[in-house]
Design a protein around this ligand. Structure first.
Ligand SMILES: [Cu+2]
Length: 160
């Protein structure tokens, strides 16, 4: 019985491989992104590697929305304090394209300005007195937060 089942399974696997190897005549999948033969290398069987059915697209770099650095980008159009009250003040800011905004840690608690989905303009840790400037060049609404303090967040809306 066990032997028969083993043979049956082996036959089924063999049939499946044969069908997969053929790669034609199966028209159920109309998804154009689906490929029977992904261009990405398959994992070695038994290596524990996750094998994707679809080719893994290399993420394209997010378009730059501005420039960020500690200082030197110009006179800030707006200043935002990051205080010991664990808030950005003001929490909402508006700017024109080309404006420089500046964040300053005003108390003894360290903070950072982490923009969601925008690592290019995200600050390092800002200790007491440290500043972070961002010159925005693309209109949009940018949300940010401090990774050290839950609920410490803000928004910058950049007009054209
Ligand atoms: Cu903080």
């Amino acid at each position: 019985m066990t032997r028969v089942r083993l043979i049956t399974m082996t036959a089924a696997v063999g049939l499946g491989l044969t069908l997969a190897g053929c790669g034609q005549g199966i028209s159920a999948n109309n998804d154009p992104s689906f490929s029977w033969f992904p261009s990405t290398p398959r994992g070695t069987p038994g290596s524990g590697q996750v094998v994707s059915k679809t080719p893994i697209a290399k993420p394209s770099a997010a378009p730059a929305v501005g420039q960020g650095q500690a200082k030197g980008l110009g006179t800030p159009a707006s200043s935002i304090s990051a205080g010991d009250d664990l808030k950005f003040t003001p929490a909402t800011s508006t700017a024109k394209s080309g404006d420089v905004l500046q964040w300053t840690t005003t108390g003894t608690q360290a903070h950072n300005v982490t923009f969601d989905g925008q690592p290019d303009i995200t600050s390092p840790t800002l200790n007491k007195g440290d500043t972070w400037q961002v010159k925005f060049t693309v209109a949009g609404k940018y949300t940010y937060h401090c990774t050290f303090h839950a609920g410490m967040d803000g928004t910058v809306t950049v007009g054209g």
